[in-house]
Design a protein around this ligand. Structure first.
Ligand code: SAH
Length: 357
């Protein structure tokens, strides 16, 4: 899968080191953004043989529940046609399973996959789905309502970090010292970058506290909210994150299913950070949209009928009872993905409530 034009990971570390040597520490956002762009461009990181596994890769039931959610909403909204838009579709598994579930209700939306990674886009094209690919939501047509789905997409977008230093918020950056990348407080003071809704809390934070801002997620959130407010529709965001501000760095790296130091070998591990669902809901509200959640993934899946679906799958294929039961546990249990992952739904104010909340 590695394109011969893609530089080796060592090259990325070397170019980061050169950049830092000439212009000083790079921001966390730039480090994370470029490391992930490199990481995703060159490989399919998903699955048991890869670096990490996601809910749709655990079981077809996950995509089926997302498809059921879409079908319920489209039927309640009584729309003749709509665009199914998925951000960061990975291997395309969620889209495939969700579209199959919708087809059982006679629904056949136009499919738009937003994928920045050439390697993953190739995997998605291999599924034989009737779909169009885009670099951003901007080129998705505006002639019908859109239902936008994003699972583990926002957590891969670069976060900016500020660190409280001498009573002020400074840009947190990455320096290169003694041949290793290390996080540092840069001299760039950024008090003005603290958003109004969290200013009071930020003022009370002690020196050394870290605050994460999500400019990339917010920009995409604004675009989706704008489009839905104009052409109708809804969105479903599933990710790990929080509704209320939590201080601290949530930046983490995963490689071969283990957590590794995010500052070692940039571009060779998946970097993620917690999603600020409160901010995404506020952005939606500023465009007149209505939010539901964030709910816990486990509760949401159960409310949509995951347990019933599991029983049916087991009845139809008793040999698979153990694996279906294990998947059910993994997706819903509080010790697994059930509480860590949250579900946020947004909708045009004229659209009906969506299921599962
Ligand atoms: N939704 C899939 C894959 C999650 S991995 C699943 O649940 O299995 C993250 C996905 O987001 C990948 O498809 C990755 O290529 C894509 N992605 C990450 N950063 C992106 C960016 N800046 N622009 C577009 N896609 C991005």
């Amino acid at each position: 899968m590695i394109d011969e034009n893609t530089p080796e990971p060592g090259d990325l570390a070397a170019s980061f080191a050169r950049l830092i040597a000439s212009t000083g520490p790079m921001s966390i956002a730039q480090f994370m953004g470029e490391a992930n762009a490199h990481y995703y461009a060159s490989r399919d990181p998903l699955g048991a043989d890869g670096d990490f596994i996601t809910a749709p890769e655990i079981s077809q039931m996950f995509g089926e529940m997302v498809g059921l959610w879409c079908a319920h909403l489209a039927l309640e909204a009584r729309i003749a046609r709509f665009h199914y838009v998925e951000l960061g579709p990975g291997r395309g598994t969620l889209a495939r399973d969700a579209l199959a579930a919708m087809a059982r209700f006679g629904l056949k939306p136009d499919v738009h996959l937003i994928e920045g990674s050439p390697a993953l886009q190739a995997v998605q094209r291999g599924l034989g789905l009737e779909a169009r690919w885009h670099d951003s939501i901007e080129t998705v047509p505006n002639d019908a309502p859109m239902i936008v789905i994003a699972n583990e997409f926002f957590d891969a977008l670069p976060v900016r970090q500020l660190v409280k230093t001498g009573g002020h918020w400074a840009e947190r950056g990455v320096d290169f010292q003694n041949d290793i990348f290390v996080p540092v407080a840069t001299p760039r003071l950024m008090d003005a970058a603290i958003p109004a809704p969290i200013r009071a809390q930020a003022d009370q934070a002690e020196d050394g506290a870290i605050l994460e801002l999500h400019p990339a997620a917010a920009a995409i959130g604004y675009e989706i909210a704008h489009r839905i407010s104009q052409q109708g529709g809804a969105a479903l965001f599933i990710d790990y994150g929080y509704a209320d501000l939590a201080l601290g760095s949530s930046l983490q790296a995963v490689k071969k299913h283990f957590r590794v130091d995010p500052f070692i070998a940039p571009g060779t591990a998946d970097l993620t950070a917690h999603v600020d669902f409160g901010e995404l809901a506020r952005i939606a509200a500023s465009h007149g949209l209505t939010a539901q959640g964030p709910a816990n993934q486990g509760d949401w899946l159960m409310a949509l009928g995951l347990a019933v679906r599991a029983e049916r799958l087991i009845a139809a294929n008793p040999d698979h009872a153990d694996s279906v039961t294990a998947a059910l546990h993994r997706l819903t249990d509080s010790s697994e993905m059930g509480e860590l992952f949250k579900v946020l739904a947004l909708r045009h104010p004229n659209w009906p409530e969506s299921a599962g909340f």
